[in-house]
Design a protein around this ligand. Sequence first.
Ligand SMILES: Cc1cc2nc3c(=O)[nH]c(=O)nc-3n(C[C@H](O)[C@H](O)[C@H](O)COP(=O)(O)OP(=O)(O)OC[C@H]3O[C@@H](n4cnc5c(N)ncnc54)[C@H](O)[C@@H]3O)c2cc1C
Length: 210
Amino acid sequence: MKIIEPSVELWAITPNAEQLIERAGRVAWQSEPKEGADATEKFIRMIMGKNHGSVLEHASATLSFIMDRGVSHETVRHRVGISFTQESTRYVSYDKGKHGSQITVVRPPMTNVEEVDAWDEGVKAAEESYMRMIAAGSKPQIARSVLPTCTKTQIVVSANFRAWIHFFGLRCAPDAHPQMQQVAKMALKILWKECPAVFGPALAKWCPEE
Ligand SMILES: Cc1cc2nc3c(=O)[nH]c(=O)nc-3n(C[C@H](O)[C@H](O)[C@H](O)COP(=O)(O)OP(=O)(O)OC[C@H]3O[C@@H](n4cnc5c(N)ncnc54)[C@H](O)[C@@H]3O)c2cc1C
């Protein structure tokens, strides 16, 4: 049994995404890009201020998340402008078999020793049951039924920028699950570094400490 922290990695992003968004947006006005260091940013913020959201759909980014499988169930509820590919608990065997995988879990935020003890006990019991089922002849797709919700999953998420902003609006908010907020904010910070004009307002709202 391995216990890990969640993580997020950028796999791909539209090259020169903000310039592309500006160029596409200016088609509406049949205007030319303006000179000046912050001209693109001003144009993009103007577009966003008008909720002219379709312009943001011309750029997209792909991120790979390592997260709690329960949190991934919330992630895949998003339907519009977003695509997923996820590690399969049907095909991966966590008994250190063919792919050398082992049961890996993401520890949730806990505040006291009793909580941690109870959680440790639960995940160890689940691991033991899984191994016993595999040893008894179960396929991974059957033995997976005893895996805990906190089982680590890898999920690759591709979305256009409008869909990412919508995702951050729901998943960085204080009423989202704490572990959902954690990975959503990691993703937001990554995309903000790449495209500050597009993701700056979301960062200022959801990660004001940055
Ligand atoms: C704090 C929180 C708690 C939640 N709790 C629960 C829960 O207890 N149980 C549960 O089942 N789900 C729950 N959800 C999931 C939630 O209901 C949505 O399924 C999920 O957040 C995806 O949001 P979305 O539909 O806006 O996103 P997307 O699917 O990406 O859609 C984007 C936008 O497109 C539009 N749209 C998409 N599809 C349609 C459609 N068919 N008709 C009309 N407009 C559409 C809407 O404007 C939507 O906001 C929760 C979500 C949050 C953030």
